[in-house]
Ligand binder design. Structure first.
Ligand SMILES: [Fe+2]
Length: 127
């Protein structure tokens, strides 16, 4: 019997099947909320919620917490937010973002015990 690989510390963790997420994925994957269409060079809000899928929240203790989350437009870094342990509330980040061309947003987070996780991308069309 094979043992399911729950996470990797050396490779990007990214769910392959969103209809059958593991508990590990439900508490680690960053979810991006952003408008589908924006105006060029006008700021809009991007919200990133880490974990909490189906109510499965990630722990936030001195020994196990989300260390940071990054947001990219394609391969270009938009922002990186770092968290200390214990005090963040449910790992929700809101960022003001300005794009000058259509981009695919990507978010990654790093858990000190379970590595780097990426969720679904979000295409934002600049009109
Ligand atoms: Fe974790």
């Amino acid at each position: 019997m094979s043992v399911e690989k729950l996470f990797s510390l050396t490779e990007l963790n990214k769910p392959a099947d969103w209809t059958n997420l593991t508990g590990m994925a439900k508490k680690h994957v960053p979810i991006i909320e952003a408008p589908s269409k924006v105006k060029a060079n006008e700021p809009f809000v991007v919200k990133i919620k880490i974990g909490g899928i189906d109510g499965v929240e990630h722990p936030n203790t001195l020994s196990h917490w989300i260390n940071w989350v990054t947001l990219y437009a394609g391969e270009r870094l938009i922002s990186r937010v770092e968290f200390g342990s214990e005090l963040s509330d449910k790992y929700v980040v809101t960022l003001n973002v300005t794009l000058n061309q259509t981009a695919t947003l990507r978010a990654q987070e790093f858990c000190n015990l379970h590595g780097v996780w990426e969720g679904k991308t979000k295409k934002v069309t600049v009109e």
